[in-house]
Design a protein around this ligand. Structure first.
Ligand SMILES: [Fe+2]
Ligand SMILES: [Fe+2]
Length: 572
């Protein structure tokens, strides 16, 4: 069952369960209504606790009332819940003069009931809003009693400081962008975005939650996928002394989502900011915001770009990321640049082995020469590598197409590359040695690295001293974040995934899926090439997305949308 369908099923179950609680049904009566066994009710109650983060109270029943009366009340409660759920979405996306058309920049965070605000973070957010003409929105959420259908006025208050910013509505503030102020999920929910896929149609959405997650979801009729993300919180951690409470505490982030609306180009940008837990201060792109002021930020320690696939690099992304005067690299001045899947390997891809049409096409149109592709890749690296910056090539599955070709090629059937094949095989053989110490096995040259330095008939790589080719899974740690994994290989030989890498221990930034995401300590970049590569099938969640590591070790994902990565400066 797809996650969307699971969500619908769970949401529907919770609704019926709440109506049953209000009406006083027993679990047997609810089971009868739903046509399932009473044990199924208990099992699904457990599933809700595991996936949605809240525990539904037990159904005790009301023995004094007749079943007919109970069912009447149950039906009325259910109808009311359905009515509330379908309340109208306020669509401000095309209303000029609407209050939502007054600002182009929003800072969206969330706050817990009965909990003090992080005063310094709030002040820094207010500094940000003043300087950027931004509007601060705080989505309130509740802890402990999210399933109550009764008013709990004692616990229905929020810190006075944020009351002017509270936003409880569901508003479509821009074409294809909603703010889900009406959703209140338990702050201990393991997956706050769970169930939202089907909630917003084609629209991207920001919801309020202290745990920051982000995912891209394919939308069939659009060129771009939609982004769903949670905001982080502006209130201090306030959790019960329980397993779920401690988990919630661990993942509580002082954070917010910056939303920039580019009305002229009909696109929007969104990215996270993370307040320091002591000072409340935070970085956003090239500025540092404190409770009192803002200043230029120093160079960022690292930029991890979406998979390059140099042969198919999107020139708009290259411009926005590296070469334009206001590119990401020129504005943020990274000390280190980390590249994934830098070589596509199209010229010698093993995926084409049995595809005579593609092989013929590559032969006819001159795309089957591996040296040419290596030089295109090296030229790309030379173009984007700067004097003041170190460039790292993370060993990736597409780079390894070259390794695999050397291992499997029958040169008699690849005359285009036969001479070069022998050149590389000779050197692989020449430099073959046992591994150091008592390690079993043998080692030899890394083919790509060797070619960069000893290119035979081509130019090779020029800026060798500023480029380091990492070995497979060679560690590259910057600001306590592991940047050396590509993301294709998981633990124990399994396929890698964002969720799996969130469990490896250190924080990581990976690539490979071409789909941006944030899951606990793991961030995933998207792609830098064209988004319609040959092996992309059907509708997909690919996006041209990079990851920035700030001087305080916090990260944010930056999307390049139609060649743009931020709104032009709007500061006062
Ligand atoms: Fe890739
Ligand atoms: Fe990859």
């Amino acid at each position: 069952m797809s996650s969307d369908k699971k969500l619908d099923v769970n949401t529907d179950f919770v609704k019926k369960y709440k109506a049953a609680l209000a009406a006083g049904l027993s679990k047997e009566q609810l089971a009868g209504f739903m046509g399932v066994k009473p044990d199924t009710i208990l099992n699904r109650r457990k599933v809700i606790a595991d996936t949605m983060g809240f525990v539904l109270p037990y159904l005790k029943g009301s023995p004094k009332k007749s079943e007919a009366d109970l069912m009447k009340v149950f039906s009325a409660e259910l109808a009311e819940l359905n009515k509330n759920e379908n309340k109208d979405l306020h669509d401000a996306s095309e209303n000029e003069g609407d209050e939502w058309s007054k600002h182009d920049v929003y800072l969206i965070t969330s706050a817990q009931n009965c909990t003090p605000v992080h005063e310094k973070f709030l002040l820094a957010c207010e500094t940000y809003c003043k300087i950027n003409k931004a509007r601060l929105l705080v989505i309130p959420y509740r802890y402990k009693n999210p399933t109550s259908i009764f008013q709990d006025s004692e616990n229905e208050w929020w810190d006075n400081r944020i009351v002017p910013y509270l936003m409880e509505d569901r508003v479509k503030i821009f074409k294809h962008l909603q703010i889900l102020g009406h959703i209140k999920k338990q702050p201990t929910a393991i997956q706050p975005l769970y169930g939202l896929d089907g909630e917003t149609g084609l629209d991207s959405a920001v919801m309020g939650h202290p745990k920051i997650q982000l995912k891209a979801v394919a939308t069939p009729s659009q060129a771009l996928p939609k982004i769903l993300t949670s905001s982080g919180a502006i209130t201090v951690p306030n959790y019960t002394d329980s397993g779920a409470g401690w988990r919630g505490y661990d993942h509580h982030s002082f954070g917010a989502v910056v939303v920039e609306l580019d009305r002229e180009n009909e696109i929007f940008h969104l990215r996270h900011i993370h307040g320091d837990k002591e000072t409340g201060s935070f970085y956003d792109l090239d500025r540092y915001y404190t409770p009192k002021t803002s200043s230029d930020s120093p160079r960022i320690p690292a930029l991890i770009t979406g998979d390059s696939h140099a042969l198919f690099m999107d020139p708009d992304v290259e411009k926005a990321t590296y070469t334009a005067h206001d590119s990401i690299v020129n504005i943020l001045k990274p000390e280190n640049l980390v590249l994934h899947d830098v070589m596509d390997g199209y010229s010698i891809s093993h995926h084409h082995k049995n595809n005579d049409v593609v092989r013929q096409g590559k032969h006819r149109y001159g795309m089957n020469n591996v040296e040419k592709e290596l030089q295109i890749t090296a030229d790309f690296i030379d173009r984007i590598s700067l004097d003041h910056m170190m460039t790292y090539i993370v060993k990736s599955n597409h780079d390894e197409h070259f390794d695999k070709w050397l291992q499997e090629c029958d040169y008699k059937n690849d005359l285009e590359n036969a001479q070069f094949f022998h050149y590389m095989k000779y050197n692989q053989s020449k430099w073959l040695t046992p591994k150091e110490g008592s390690k079993p096995g043998f080692k030899t040259i890394d083919p790509f690295e060797f070619w960069c330095n000893h290119p035979d008939t081509q130019r090779g790589l020029q800026k060798k001293e500023r480029v380091k080719v990492l070995k497979r899974d060679e560690s590259l740690v910057l600001k306590s974040i592991e940047l050396g994994f590509h993301g294709d290989k998981g633990t124990g030989g399994s396929r890698g995934s964002l969720k799996q890498f969130s469990k490896v221990g250190p924080k990581v930034v990976i690539g490979h899926s071409h789909t941006p995401g944030i899951y606990e300590g793991a961030y995933q970049v998207g792609v830098s090439s064209y988004m319609d590569l040959e092996y992309k099938t059907g509708c997909d969640s690919w996006l041209q997305t990079h990851c920035v590591v700030y001087p305080d070790g916090k990260r944010t994902l930056i999307n390049v949308i139609r060649g743009k990565w931020r709104l032009k400066e709007v500061r006062w």
